[in-house]
Design a protein around this ligand. Structure first.
Ligand code: IMP
Length: 447
């Protein structure tokens, strides 16, 4: 029995979808614990490609239960569109469960998200415009609508009449936008409530029951460590907690129920939206990574900013999430490069800095200090074992493991399931190595 959290170790889009899909095969339950329709993963079913924003891709396995936890924010219109797509493909959603305490993204959240971004000028965050920040803001302000409120017809009418009038004042006075019609919104959302009612449960109880019965639970993080509201590059972050700790808060479970934390990182780095990014590459190599890695957002289609692997934020992700091991994705994207750089430390105001600076202002002054590696200049997409990898690629991976101080369990070399090398059992294999008593690191790759 193992309960495992999979998180993004960078700024999101690390390829968590493929890794959770791989691990979902041995999971009985897959749980999403934070974020909303800002996330997205593309899946291919029966030759058809479509996008899921809220429903975990574990839904493709007929016996796997999928739970959208209380830490998420749910846009019912988008969720229903996902259910419809799955229905059309003949994929059952009978095993889907939605937490009754998750918050609901309302039309005013989306409008305010976009209007606020428009007014921020140079201070804009580059949000996905899906209403995520305003939904979480209402949650903290205690004016949010939860799934259980949506299910209570009379209560919802009362609550929404007050809330929409309040939001209309903001729309009209602050943003000079037309008001919403409360009755229209109420009727629309009561319709959504009927469609979703069958899925609503006490998710914490359901997951705990699974734990008691020794079922394997996979907790799937959306976005990534550096987008975490508390520990990321604030204010250029999302409004939830993608870090491993978020899995406990976002599901209603205690930390002792978790057995393992797996971090997913690309063999390079990408970022969407605004904010500092020390290893960003503006020129030809950045363009090559973008083109070869198909670095365009699933949700917004925006081009992702690309750069070299950043070992400083990597080590930070190990610390903040308590990572046990790593999955390195998209190694094949580096195949053509003559030389590959890895950021080992920063230089800030003339001084060397080994640790991620918590101030975004300081972070924006960080200049990367690189270690260079020769490229391997052959295709790795057909490699299926450690021995198949060119020596230069092996050296690169060994170095990443040393830099991050965690073993690499999985290497991914393409989108399909078979383009994967399992170096260690990600669930039961070696864990984060502690230092020997003399301060030297323990061996990391037992290959
Ligand atoms: P929000 O989550 O829409 O409020 O956006 C806040 C920041 O998080 C922006 O920089 C977004 O580009 C980024 N972001 C949100 N969701 C994702 C994601 O799934 N992948 C990568 N970046 C994301």
């Amino acid at each position: 029995m193992a309960n495992v959290i999979v998180i993004g170790a960078q700024w999101g889009d690390e390829g968590k979808g493929k890794i959770t899909d791989l691990l979902s095969r041995s999971a009985d339950v897959v749980v999403r614990y934070q974020g909303g329709v800002n996330a997205g993963h593309t899946i291919v079913v029966k030759g058809q490609t479509f996008k899921l924003h809220l429903i975990p891709s574990g839904i493709l396995y007929p016996d796997t239960e999928c739970i959208i936890g209380s830490g998420t924010v749910i846009d019912p219109k988008v969720l229903i569109a996902e259910l419809d797509q799955l229905d059309q493909l003949g994929i059952s959603t009978d095993n889907l469960y939605i937490s009754e305490t998750a918050h609901v993204t309302m039309p005013y959240h989306r409008i305010i998200d976009q209007a606020a971004e428009g007014q921020r000028g140079d201070r804009k965050i580059g949000t996905t415009g899906r209403g995520i920040g305003p939904t979480y803001a209402d949650k903290s302000e205690r004016t949010g609508i939860r799934i259980l409120d949506l299910m209570d017809t009379e209560g919802l009418r009362e609550q929404l009449e007050w809330t929409i009038n309040y939001k209309n004042a903001i729309l009209e006075k602050l943003y000079n936008l037309p008001p919403l019609n409360p009755q229209e919104v109420i009727e629309e959302y009561l319709g959504y409530a009927e469609r979703l009612r069958q899925y609503v449960v006490d998710a914490s109880l359901k997951i705990y029951d699974g734990i008691q019965r020794r079922r394997n639970i996979l907790f799937e993080g959306a976005q990534g460590t550096l987008l975490d509201l508390d520990h990321g590059t604030y204010p250029f972050v999302t409004s939830s907690n993608p870090v491993a700790g978020g899995a406990c808060v976002g599901t209603g479970l205690g930390p002792t129920t978790i057995d393992r934390v797996i971090g997913v990182a690309k063999a390079y780095t990408t970022r969407v939206g605004e904010g500092p990014f020390p290893t960003e590459l503006d020129g030809e190599i950045g363009e090559l990574l973008c083109a070869k890695g198909a670095e365009f957002g699933t949700t917004t289609g925006r081009k992702r900013r690309c750069g070299w692997f950043d070992g400083v934020i990597g080590r930070y992700a190990v610390r903040i999430n308590g990572l046990d091991c790593l999955a390195i994705t998209k190694l094949d994207v580096l195949d053509e490069l003559e030389e590959i750089n890895v950021c080992v430390a920063y230089e800030i105001d003339g001084e060397r800095c080994e640790h991620f600076p918590t101030s975004s202002r300081r972070f924006s002054r960080c200049r990367p200090i690189y270690k260079s590696f020769p490229g391997w200049k052959v295709s790795t997409t057909n490699c299926r074992s450690w021995q198949d990898l060119p020596k230069q690629a092996q050296d690169y991976l060994k170095y990443l493991a040393e830099l991050m101080t965690v073993p690499i369990a999985i290497v991914s070399l393409g989108a399909s399931r078979d383009q994967t090398i399992i170096l260690e059992d990600p669930i039961h294999g070696p864990k984060r190595a502690l230092l020997h008593a003399d301060g030297t690191p323990a061996s990391l790759l037992s290959v």
